[in-house]
Design a protein around this ligand. Structure first.
Ligand code: ADP
Length: 539
């Protein structure tokens, strides 16, 4: 067979040639615009030309600080196809981490949204290595600043060559992307994505048994383009000629619902917190979501109650998936096998709320102190992953050996695997609760709580206990106008769990602290609970 290199230039060429009339619907501060791929690919070439003129060379990192919109999509392709590395920066990290990430990546150029420019202003004295800051804005004028190396994206593009050649000879193992994962301990760690990894991951997104992304879809990545490349969707979508709806700055659940209705979105992807908010919007508004064939949900466990609500009440098929920054991210996806369709509704729901079957191309296993765990749906162990779109180290980081050993990525997630091979994330290693020598899954209790009609969200953490070492405490946010007592909550859980699983305390809160990508921030929650209970810190 021919040794064709698997790189992003192939993707742009394909979209340019075959899908010129397909469109990207992009929401920016200036409004919503519909742009044909013809224009997008021309602008990709222009941007590649701009970067060349600015002296960006092969392998240089170009950072983006931006929402999901067409300019960010252009950067997604222009940067890697001119030979450089697309470094997507999480907009929600602390100023200190922001400066660290930019310096660690040695970003030469930054592409920054106009409304996110203040983030850069705050760290401008700490990022001396950045040569140019390009502001992505619909306006003619640039934000006010004392920085002298600032330019306008649109002005640069206007003067650039629309026929700029993209690199055809990119080695598939060259770095195309870089993304830092917000570690719970220490500094963020970088994950480098190769052209080959992105290419193969994109193909996997197109498989019918995974996401089944195709030309006929109208796809809306709600998951930010600054978080694991919006789960790789923009790459696959442009390549496949999929219509994309990019929801832009600070999309509220109402904005998402309006965009979905107006543009007849067929599939959308995001974390559970997004879909919780979206459910509320559906409950309070009157939106037509009948075009949706799939809501893809991952990043943290999708509560069973939420899956049920989407499917029974709104008839929106809900697909639960699992992955991490280190895995591009798709690893497993909960779809039923054909013969499992005959199970009763509860059993099907149970299976669909697991993280699911490994996607073709990737291998998984669980290990504990006795070796590889059996497929019995009970024995727990740490999830190990390998495959062509799984990282093999952290970028320029000597802590890599902790996670990457013996040819496997050690995920830090605790799983069981059922007889059919379906993976269930029981917890993260560090969030499991060990009470009297027995393990309690915080995730299972959280899911049970979130299935209660009056509960909006819930998070369960360990607190130290003199007798049992650790005991669970539940933190609960009620839906508006709902009232429950601590006793009500415990009674609700009692029939569902062994006695020792029932949390000792139920604390009612206004809000559960979240990470930059909307996951429960258990570290902060532990501090908050410690204060509330005046206990010593469990960690
Ligand atoms: P971070 O590690 O900073 O949270 P990632 O987005 O890479 O950033 O998170 C990966 C982790 O998220 C996984 O290791 C796992 O613990 C959790 N996760 C992802 N998807 C799911 C899911 N569907 N169910 C439960 N946990 C999930």
């Amino acid at each position: 067979m021919m040794q064709a290199q698997l790189n992003l230039t192939t993707m742009v060429n394909h979209a340019e040639k075959y899908f010129a009339d397909k469109t990207v619907i992009s929401r920016t501060l200036g409004g919503v615009q519909t742009i044909p791929y013809r224009k997008i690919t021309e602008r990709i070439r222009r941007l590649a030309g701009v970067l060349k003129d600015l002296g960006v060379e092969k392998g240089d990192r170009v950072g983006t600080i931006a929402w999901n919109h067409h300019r960010h999509l252009e950067a997604y392709f222009a940067i890697p196809t001119m030979g450089a590395v697309l470094h997507t920066i999480n907009i929600r990290v602390s100023p200190d981490d922001l400066a660290y990430i930019i310096n660690h990546a040695e970003d030469k150029i930054l592409l920054v949204d106009e409304d996110l420019f203040p983030l850069i202003e705050r760290v401008k004295d700490q990022i001396a290595g950045v040569e140019k800051i390009i502001v992505m804005t619909d306006k003619d004028e640039l934000p006010e600043t004392t920085l002298t190396n600032v330019a306008s994206y649109e002005v640069l593009l206007k003067d650039a060559d629309p026929g700029t050649e993209l690199c055809e000879d990119i080695n598939e193992n060259d770095m195309a992307g870089l993304c830092y994962t917000s570690g719970t301990t220490g500094r963020p760690k970088g994950v480098a994505y190769s052209h080959r990894g992105i290419y193969l991951h994109s193909l996997a997104l197109g498989l019918k048994d995974t996401v089944g992304l195709s030309e006929e879809d109208i796809a809306m990545p709600v998951v930010p383009m600054f978080h694991v490349n919006a789960w790789g969707m923009p790459f696959a979508a442009l390549w496949f000629g999929t219509t994309q709806v990019l929801p832009g700055p600070m999309p509220t659940p109402q904005i998402l619902a309006e965009l979905m209705e107006e543009h007849k979105v067929t599939m959308a992807a995001g974390v559970p917190t997004i879909w919780l908010g979206f459910l509320e919007a559906l409950e309070n508004g009157n939106y037509d979501t009948s075009s949706l064939r799939c809501i893809l949900c991952g990043g943290s466990a999708a509560p069973k109650g939420m899956i049920r609500a989407f499917e029974s009440k709104y008839k929106i098929p809900f697909v639960h998936a699992y992955g991490m920054t280190e895995t591009s991210p798709i690893v497993t996806l909960a779809r039923l096998k054909s013969y499992q369709q005959e199970l009763d509704e509860e059993e099907r729901l149970e299976l669909r709320s697991r993280q699911g079957m490994v996607v073709p191309g990737i291998e998984v296993k669980g290990i504990n102190e006795n070796g590889e765990i059996p497929y019995d749906g009970e024995t727990i162990g740490e999830l190990l992953v390998k495959g062509p779109w799984i990282a093999d180290s952290y970028y320029k980081n000597d802590r890599s050996a902790d996670s990457f050993r013996d040819g496997w990525l050690h995920t830090g997630d605790v799983i069981n695997i059922d007889e059919e091979g379906s993976v269930k994330i029981v917890d993260r290693t560090k969030d499991m609760i060990k009470s009297g020598g027995e393990w309690i899954s915080s995730v299972d209790i959280e899911n049970a709580l979130m299935a209660h009609d009056a509960i909006y969200e819930a998070s369960v953490i360990a607190v130290p206990d003199p007798k049992w070492q650790e005991r669970p405490v539940a933190c609960v946010v009620l839906k508006e106008k709902e009232a429950l007592t601590e006793e009500d909550v415990k009674q609700f859980l009692e029939p569902q769990f062994a006695k020792f699983w029932i949390p000792d305390r139920v604390l009612f809160m206004e809000e559960i602290p979240k990470t930059s990508v909307g996951k429960f921030l258990k570290r902060a929650l532990r501090d908050q609970v410690k204060e509330m209970l005046s206990l010593s810190d469990p960690s």
